[in-house]
Ligand binder design. Structure first.
Ligand code: KG4
Ligand code: ZN
Length: 347
């Protein structure tokens, strides 16, 4: 019919999530509920996500998240038109937990099953939040991803470039670790940087001299490590000010690299003469005010609408999976019980 209500499930990394999204053709979609159960406390002691612990927690929590999402949305499973689930890419144990739960729900209710690519979920979010029309340019920038995508339709994504090593969020987290700051490092490094002088430490801006939209961030964290070690060798430790200056220098480098590469991606995108040009960002790093501000400025240089969905929809969530499910379902795609979990699944 014209109205679709889809239950979405997400468990590809360290968040267990379920959501219900409803869409009536010609209207804005409505997020009826969005439940996210994080696992930061479970992994904190290990300094990173431990796949086995993540998989077990997803398996334990998914049922509860689904029940909560249906209750918050005030819908019964019988009111739902289909079940969408992240089928990859991600940590295989987690993806499997989600896919198995979705299959159980589909088998019990007779509802159609829709496998969604996690990256497509992120990439289609600006249509859920801001109703963007194709084609638009997207920068996915998080702890696990960093890529420019030209989004031409609900299942046509062209990668214009991306990181050749670490994702920026990973570099923020490693920088925090090097400087003795807590995890996740992004927000803490950003806060430290507010009191820092970004010009004091001249950190590299990798690959800026190379054509195209590819990026590299692993050398940056090595540069932070060397600068710290030099300070320690010189005076036996680092001061609060040293730390703030290093955070500011690091963040300035990431900002400049992302801004310049965005300029190049926008140049390629604008050459297509899009009717309503738009540049959207998503992922945890897009929460960074300095980075977000720089990207907004670059977007304005090209006269493109700048879209940054609310943070809760930029980071991992199931509303984006339910929405991508709606887009896929409308395009005539559905899966069956043979749907498999894929650790790697390029768009
Ligand atoms: O999208 P996300 O929640 O999860 C995935 O990686 O998929 O992103 C988390 C990443 C972490 O590396 C975190 O340190 C980073 O995003 N992050 C930030 C900020 N907030 C979160 N990085 C820089 N500045 C921030 N304010
Ligand atoms: Zn993600």
């Amino acid at each position: 019919g014209d109205t679709l209500t889809i239950l979405g499930l997400e468990s590809s990394c360290d968040d267990t999530a379920a959501a219900v999204v409803r869409h009536c053709v010609g209207e804005s979609p409505a997020i009826l509920s969005s439940v996210v159960a994080g696992q930061n406390d479970l992994h904190a002691a290990y300094g990173g996500v431990v796949p086995e612990i993540a998989a077990r927690a997803h398996a334990e929590k998914m049922d509860v998240c689904v029940e909560q999402a249906l209750r918050d949305a005030d819908v019964a499973l019988g009111d739902v038109d289909a079940i969408a689930v992240t089928a990859g890419p991600g940590l295989i144990g987690g993806v499997l937990s989600g896919v198995m739960c979705a299959k159980g729900l589909a088998a019990g209710s007779g509802l159609p099953l829709i496998g969604v690519n996690h990256l497509a979920g992120h990439a289609l979010t600006p249509r859920l939040t801001d109703g963007l029309t194709f084609p638009y340019l997207m920068l996915l920038v998080s702890g696990g991803h960093c890529q420019f995508l030209l989004v031409s339709s609900a299942d046509e994504f062209t990668r214009l470039g991306g990181t050749i090593d670490d994702a920026p969020g990973e570099a923020f987290d490693k920088t925090a670790r090097i400087l003795g700051l807590a995890q996740p490092g992004g927000p803490i490094v950003e806060r430290e940087a507010l009191n820092g002088d970004e010009k004091r430490f001249r950190l590299p801006r990798p690959l800026l001299d190379r054509a195209g939209c590819d990026m590299s961030f692993s050398g940056l964290k090595t540069a932070v490590l060397r600068a710290r070690d030099a300070l320690v060798a010189e005076k036996g430790g680092i001061t609060v000010q040293d730390r703030a200056d290093l955070c500011a220098g690091f963040q300035g480098s990431v900002r400049d690299v992302l801004a310049e590469k965005s300029r190049r991606a926008l140049r390629e995108y604008m050459a297509l003469n899009p009717a309503s040009p738009a540049f959207a960002v998503a992922g945890g790093v897009a929460a960074n005010q300095a980075i977000r501000g720089a990207l907004e400025t670059v977007s304005a240089e090209f006269g493109a609408q700048f879209v940054a969905p609310p943070l809760a929809l930029c980071t991992d969530n199931a509303a984006m999976i339910a929405w991508a499910g709606i887009e896929r379902y409308r395009a005539g795609h559905a899966d069956d019980m043979s749907l498999s979990a894929r650790p790697r699944w390029p768009l």
